[in-house]
Design a binder for this molecule. Structure first.
Ligand code: NAP
Length: 278
């Protein structure tokens, strides 16, 4: 049987942990396939997609800075990815490239596996960029939670709310207003890059007056514990870092490509090992 080829397309892409995660899963599940990093400059995306068609690449992940632009070169886009306005996973199906977005579902899966089903919870999302869009639309579509959004540029948060066609209760807050009303929330999620290495001393908002049993999540995975998460942990919150989202979005992409469910915990371990964690 011919070996299937997959990859992650980005710029830069050499740091990506996806090749380790996926190649291990292919090996573990005895699937004859290979996954590699594919560096594509912003100006070269269209040519690259044409080349992938010509060689019959079976599927690929797509990361910064191509997640939005790639959409115009695909033959079809899944409904949720269309709403999010970005694609992170592409599969070749009947000679057509079809795009999906597994970021939001990967996030939700990681949360539910660790903390259980979220029923009617009040959630605060910090940030209104690509990752926030994926999480917001997924929560709007898949859960009955209310999701408030705070962002440095408040107009972007307002736009996110306006673009959502699902029935969801959402308030838009300034960062200062959010800091003053944290006791309302069952879960607080940082989706900004504030606190990411090397800017490890930065925090997106100051945490105080947290609800008892609150869940605080930072989707950053480098460092494994941001200052924001450390502050939350020291105040008694249950915490989760971005490893779980990263592993689960990858696991869902793997399932789209192969129809098989990989071991997401094994993927998490590979990421943590690569980041030098325990
Ligand atoms: P993005 O689209 O560029 O959005 C960036 C967000 O961060 C915006 O809301 C932006 O606010 C905010 N921001 C940036 N610098 C800020 C600052 N100095 N102060 C306050 N807010 C600031 O980026 P993204 O793709 O959503 O990615 C965001 C983070 O999520 C990155 O750290 C990325 O690594 C991580 N991520 C993790 C996973 C995972 O699987 N764990 C997946 C995707 C992304 P403005 O609107 O005001 O500019």
């Amino acid at each position: 049987m011919i070996k299937k080829e997959y990859g992650v397309v980005g710029c830069p892409v050499s740091h990506s942990m996806s090749p380790d995660m996926h190649n291990d899963a292919f090996h573990h599940l005895e699937i004859n396939a290979n996954y590699k990093p594919i560096h594509v400059e912003p100006s070269g995306l269209e040519n690259a997609i044409n080349m992938f068609r010509a060689v019959g690449l079976s599927g690929f992940n797509i990361t910064i800075p191509h997640k939005v632009k790639v959409m115009k070169y695909l033959d079809g886009i899944d409904e949720l990815a269309k709403e999010i306005g970005a694609v992170n996973t592409v599969i070749l199906q009947d000679d057509k490239f079809i795009g999906y977005n597994t970021d939001g579902l990967g996030f939700l899966k990681g949360i539910q596996e660790e903390f259980g089903i979220l029923n009617n919870k009040r959630i605060l999302l910090i940030g209104a960029g690509g990752a926030s869009r994926a999480i917001y639309f997924t929560f709007a579509k898949e859960t009955n939670c209310s999701v408030d959004i705070t962002n440095r540029t408040i107009e972007k948060a307002e736009q996110l709310k306006q673009n959502c066609k699902y029935n969801i209760e959402t308030n838009i807050l300034t960062l200062t207003d959010a800091e003053q009303s944290l006791e309302k929330y069952d879960m607080i999620v940082n989706t900004t890059q504030v606190g990411m290495s090397p800017e490890v001393d930065d925090i997106p908002i100051i945490l105080s007056n947290l609800k008892q049993d609150v869940i605080v999540v930072d989707i950053i995975y480098n460092p494994l514990e941001t200052k924001f998460l450390k502050n939350a942990r020291e105040q008694g919150a249950r915490i989760q870092n971005g490893v779980s989202m990263l592993a689960n979005q990858g696991a869902l992409a793997f399932e789209i490509w192969t129809g098989q469910i990989p071991d997401a915990k094994r993927m998490e371990k590979i990421i943590i090992d690569k980041l030098g964690g325990k």
